[in-house]
Design a protein around this ligand. Structure first.
Ligand code: CU
Length: 188
């Protein structure tokens, strides 16, 4: 009997502790989309939202609403321009099949630029601000080659709508806010 009561109490404490953690640390969904564009042979590949503010300790779940995307840090160890805060490991999802998802917890404050392995050259990149802006992703994109922010991805991340101060002010930036500029820049 005493044992049962102790068990019930410890379960209650565990629920209380989990509850407070769940309140403090939020989860955010980012969808990974493919969408046909009228009059164009190649569809758009994009993250929605394309700009997102989270707090340190928050988790972002990248949901593959369409096939074969990744969420990959612009990190020097990926042989790319380094555009995540110092001390952040070279994280990457595997290729996420349609209907599945991959989650990453952002602990280090600063600005993170992220690309999709298969679709970077089509403009599939996004920016996440963790807490407050900072780090190398605050610098303008200057390298648009394969080792930089490749092709249309560099165009997407250079849009003024994706300025980290604006991401902080708005909480999120939709792909619809930059799609016109991205298409105009020469998406196939
Ligand atoms: Cu993709």
């Amino acid at each position: 009997m005493i044992h049962t009561v102790r068990f019930a109490l410890s379960a209650l404490v565990a629920v209380a502790a989990f509850g407070s953690v769940a309140l403090a640390q939020q989860n955010h969904d980012v969808m990974m989309h493919i969408e046909e564009v009228e009059g164009r042979p190649v569809p758009m590949f994009f993250f929605e939202p394309v700009g997102l503010l989270v707090q340190p300790g928050d988790t972002v779940t990248f949901v593959a609403a369409s096939p074969h995307h990744t969420a990959t840090a612009y990190h020097g160890q990926h042989v790319k321009t380094h555009r995540v805060p110092d001390g952040v490991p070279p994280f990457s999802s595997p290729v996420v099949p349609i209907g599945e998802s991959w989650s990453y917890t952002f602990d280090v404050p600063g600005t993170y630029d992220i690309w999709c392995g298969p679709h970077e050259s089509y403009g599939m990149a996004m920016r996440i601000v963790v807490g407050e802006p900072g780090g190398p992703a605050e610098e303008p994109v200057t390298e648009f080659g394969p080792d930089g922010v490749f092709a249309i991805a560099g165009v997407a991340l250079s849009q003024p709508e994706l300025a980290s101060s604006r991401i902080v002010a708005n909480g999120a930036v939709s792909w619809t806010e930059i799609v016109g500029a991205v298409l105009a820049a020469g998406l196939p």
